[in-house]
Design a protein around this ligand. Structure first.
Ligand SMILES: *[C@@H]1O[C@H](CO)[C@@H](O)[C@H](O)[C@H]1NC(C)=O
Ligand SMILES: *[C@@H]1O[C@H](CO)[C@@H](O)[C@H](O)[C@H]1NC(C)=O
Ligand SMILES: *[C@@H]1O[C@H](CO)[C@@H](O)[C@H](O)[C@H]1NC(C)=O
Ligand SMILES: *[C@@H]1O[C@H](CO)[C@@H](O)[C@H](O)[C@H]1NC(C)=O
Ligand SMILES: *[C@@H]1O[C@H](CO)[C@@H](O)[C@H](O)[C@H]1NC(C)=O
Ligand SMILES: *[C@@H]1O[C@H](CO)[C@@H](O)[C@H](O)[C@H]1NC(C)=O
Length: 344
């Protein structure tokens, strides 16, 4: 019974019957070496997802029947299309070549395809593997996060691709900028403020350019006053006290003189906060302004304070550093010189 017999049998029967009765041997039986050179399929076919794949089978005039199979399913038998997939088309069916094409290849098309021919009543097959490549793609990644210093953080970066992409994490805004993880997961226990910033996940395979995405990690920490200097100003001059605090989130500032909190705009002073810096400005310093001021920096993780002394000429202030003492000295001599010049 030949193919002609099969074609009048109902569809379901067809596949079973025809597989058995046709010249086809089960998929998986390799071409025996020493056989005639036909059928000769090409080497494995590698295409990217979305592209077209052409499966070619070289035949000769002795060949009487030809077919292409996907695993054990017939796609084409001669010029007859058996596959219901409209992406599958025949390209050539000549004395020398029997080829089909699969359009818009997807990952599930990957696998063995078999060219089956009958020559002088002998069935022969040859197999080609369709390999589908997919560019790397990050499919799920952690969102930007904010944590308190000392807590543990896990960043996740899941990627897809064929071949399976290699995933790495890099700390972008860190000093080193080196790789921090060669894995989909980046775990940081006891995170420090230096570990805040941008982290970059790269998914790499050799199919196409890497897929790269970034996650921002914000590390909260309590205020730390980095700059608060005693300041010397003479009566009648403008004086500015500065207090600089690093903190995340940014600190809020309060100024005190002894126990009294200073209010903006009152007593001829202005308080200005800009980022990490707070300034207390005296527009016209008077004797009563001299004294011990306290700058308090606060955020939700805590507070800290520093004392800043506003001193006048001749004041014996116990400024904690030699620099401010030297400054006072300079200032004094400068003033004396000025007086001297004015007098004479
Ligand atoms: C090949 O077979 C697989 C598994 O049955 C199927 O998912 C895929 O769509 C088939 N591809 C073609 C081009 O027939
Ligand atoms: C074709 O692909 C299959 C499956 O990936 C593999 O086992 C085989 O060695 C490949 N053959 C050639 C010639 O590359
Ligand atoms: C990403 O992963 C998280 C954690 O496993 C999960 O809750 C979320 O639903 C995933 N999102 C997507 C789009 O798959
Ligand atoms: C500063 O204050 C003194 C005393 O109140 C006053 O005499 C002087 O004019 C003021 N100077 C300025 C620039 O306002
Ligand atoms: C300023 O006041 C603070 C506390 O309010 C105190 O610790 C510090 O010793 C004072 N500095 C001077 C020079 O009196
Ligand atoms: C300044 O800090 C000290 C020690 O932390 C604290 O005892 C004091 O109350 C603070 N002063 C102000 C004005 O917050």
């Amino acid at each position: 019974m030949g193919v002609g017999g099969c074609l009048v049998v109902p569809w379901r029967c067809l596949v079973v019957l025809c597989l058995r009765l046709l010249f086809l041997v089960p998929a998986g039986v390799p071409v025996r070496s020493g056989d005639a050179t036909f059928p000769k399929a090409m080497d494995n076919v590698t295409v990217r997802q979305g592209e077209s794949a052409t499966l070619r089978c070289t035949v000769d005039e002795r060949v009487t029947r030809v077919a292409w199979l996907n695993r054990s399913t017939i796609l084409y038998a001669g010029n007859d299309k058996w596959s219901i997939d409209n992406r599958v088309v025949i390209v050539s069916n000549t004395n020398t070549q029997y080829s089909i094409r699969i359009h818009n290849v997807d990952v599930y098309d990957e696998g063995p395809y078999t060219c089956s021919v009958q020559t002088d009543n002998h069935p022969k097959t040859s197999r080609v593997h369709l390999i589908v490549q997919v560019p790397p793609q990050i499919i799920n990644i952690s969102s930007d996060i904010t944590v308190n210093e000392g807590s543990s953080v896990t960043l996740m970066c899941l990627a897809f691709g064929r071949p399976e992409p290699t995933v790495t994490w890099r700390h972008v805004s860190g000093k080193g900028g080196g790789f921090v993880s060669e894995d989909e997961y980046l775990e940081i226990s006891g995170i420090t403020r230096d570990q805040s910033g941008e982290y970059e996940c790269s998914a790499v395979n050799d199919v196409a350019a890497p897929d790269i995405r970034r996650v921002k990690v914000t590390v909260n920490y309590p205020p730390y006053i980095s700059n608060a200097k005693n300041t010397g100003v003479s009566v009648g001059q403008k004086g500015i006290l500065r207090c600089e605090a690093s903190a995340v989130p940014l600190a809020e500032f309060q100024w005190f003189k002894e126990e009294t909190r200073l209010a903006n705009g009152l007593d001829g002073v202005r308080i200005e906060n800009k980022g990490r810096m707070s300034t207390l400005t005296f527009f016209n310093v008077s004797e009563k302004d001299y004294g011990n001021y306290t700058c308090v920096a606060t955020n939700k993780l805590g507070n800290t304070n520093a004392s800043i002394i506003l001193y006048g000429p001749g004041a014996v202030h116990d400024g904690s550093n030699a620099a401010s003492r030297a400054m006072a000295c300079l200032w004094l001599s400068g003033t004396l010189l000025a007086h001297f010049l004015i007098k004479f």
